[in-house]
Design a protein around this ligand. Structure first.
Ligand code: NAD
Ligand code: MG
Length: 394
């Protein structure tokens, strides 16, 4: 029996995680759940899974949630604030932590889980992008088991030999090939991208996801974040990580080896597959995902990503090559820009421009400690906010 904390339980990944957990009451029990909004959903989840603790952002939400939980007749204890979020991730009663908070807000509790040596199921790619070196050092020092939830990285993990972490050189990996669906605008003429609305950007053809990652998929910043994520997870340099547009989202990524072999992981685009894989690893369990019908899929297409359509992808490679605190700068600027776009304050095409200009301003950002990264993050956010405000005023 594994005891589980789900950070970001009310989100798209959180809900899919609890769907898999509910299918296996003999294997998993919920220790704690967290959420920032959607308190009714969180209360229902606490009741359904008899969670011991729930953590929300502030005191007012905590009072409201405690009331909702009481209406369900459940006994979950409600806590609030950043320290309590870290506490439910590192508690001795916890075996595994699903890190599914979106954005830099997930960094502290995910790091706490790594330091405490938990099985860390990592969906929150922004945490790794922000603090790759420190995060991987924390995993090592804490003796944590890091399992990727991002479908591409989960696919790569599955296509690598079990001995990879012990002896990466012997594995003979030549290239990691991350697949990208191309998002909702892959077939739209680039000259028509200017007036894109938030709802259009969030209408992903293959996946149903949270709004931030949906916009990142449209701009391909998501793939850029994933290139950086792959670098840290698998210790592979940027020139050995390639992106290929594969519109069917059936091949979730591939590993090319020195002998010419290319290994891929395939499946329906449903996050419950990587979630179930990481929950049960090295066992396999039912995820509730329908079997892949290759004849219905019919064909698998591949093409090169067009940098004019997806300018965020080259920006992410540049951030990875620049190293140190630059990926954190890029991530923070992107979070601000996407938020501004989603709330109608920034044009779609300006997202890449905000990121590029903030990266240029903070090109020598450091990454010596978590505190330094948090101040880099704050500085990048402030510059991005200024950029958005001046665009609004213009
Ligand atoms: P979502 O927006 O649906 O859910 C985010 C969760 O985080 C919610 O529970 C929300 O309450 C919580 N949250 C948001 N801001 C918070 C804050 N400041 N403090 C504490 N909690 C906060 O997002 P999602 O689509 O589930 O994505 C979660 C993470 O997983 C992201 O990092 C995303 O990149 C990654 N991911 C998602 C998918 C997917 O299919 N949805 C696939 C791969 C990776
Ligand atoms: Mg992904």
């Amino acid at each position: 029996m594994q005891s589980l904390t789900v950070l970001g339980a009310t989100g798209s990944i959180g809900v899919s995680t609890l769907d898999v957990v509910a299918r296996h009451p003999d294997r998993y029990r919920i220790f704690a759940l967290s959420g920032k909004t959607q308190l009714e959903r969180l209360a229902a989840q606490c009741a359904q899974f008899s969670a011991q603790y729930a953590v929300v952002d502030d005191a007012a939400s905590a009072t409201r949630l405690q009331g909702l939980i009481a209406e369900h007749g459940a006994r979950t204890e409600v806590l609030h604030g950043a320290d309590q979020l870290a506490a439910i991730a590192e508690a001795p009663e916890v075996d595994a932590v699903m890190a599914a908070i979106v954005g830099a807000a997930g960094l502290r509790p995910t790091l706490a889980a790594a330091r405490a040596g938990k099985r860390v199921l990592l969906a929150n790619k922004e945490a790794l992008v922000m603090s790759g070196a420190l995060f991987m050092a924390a995993v090592e020092a804490g003796g944590a088991t890091l399992l990727p939830i991002d479908s591409e990285h989960n696919a790569v993990f599955q296509a690598l030999p079990p001995t990879y972490r012990r002896d990466p050189a012997a594995a003979g990996v030549r290239r990691i090939l991350l697949t990208a669906s191309g998002g909702p605008f892959r077939d739209r003429h680039v000259d028509t991208l200017a007036g894109i609305s938030p709802d259009e950007a969030c209408a992903h053809p293959n996946w149903v996801m949270g709004r931030k990652i949906s916009v990142d998929s449209a701009t391909m910043m998501n793939k850029g974040l994933e290139v950086i994520e792959a670098h840290w997870l698998f210790g592979v340099p940027p020139e050995q990580i390639d992106v290929v547009v594969h519109r069917q989202s059936v091949i979730h990524s591939m590993v090319e080896y020195a002998d010419g072999s290319v290994l891929a992981q395939l499946g329906n685009p449903d996050m419950r597959t990587p979630i179930a894989h990481a929950l049960a690893f090295p066992d396999r369990i039912n995820a509730g995902v329908s079997p892949l019908d290759l004849c219905a899929v019919g064909r698998l297409d591949f093409e090169k990503p067009d940098p004019r359509r997806f300018p965020c992808l080259p920006l992410a490679y540049a951030a990875l090559r620049a190293g140190r605190g630059v990926p954190a700068v890029m991530n923070a600027a992107n979070e601000v820009a996407v938020d501004a776009f989603l709330s109608g304050r920034l044009a779609y095409l300006a997202i890449a421009r905000v990121v590029e200009s903030v990266m240029a301003r903070l090109a020598s950002a450091g990454d010596g400690s978590i505190e330094e990264l948090e101040s880099v993050d704050a500085e990048a956010r402030a510059l991005a906010c200024e950029w958005v405000a001046s665009a609004e005023a213009a």
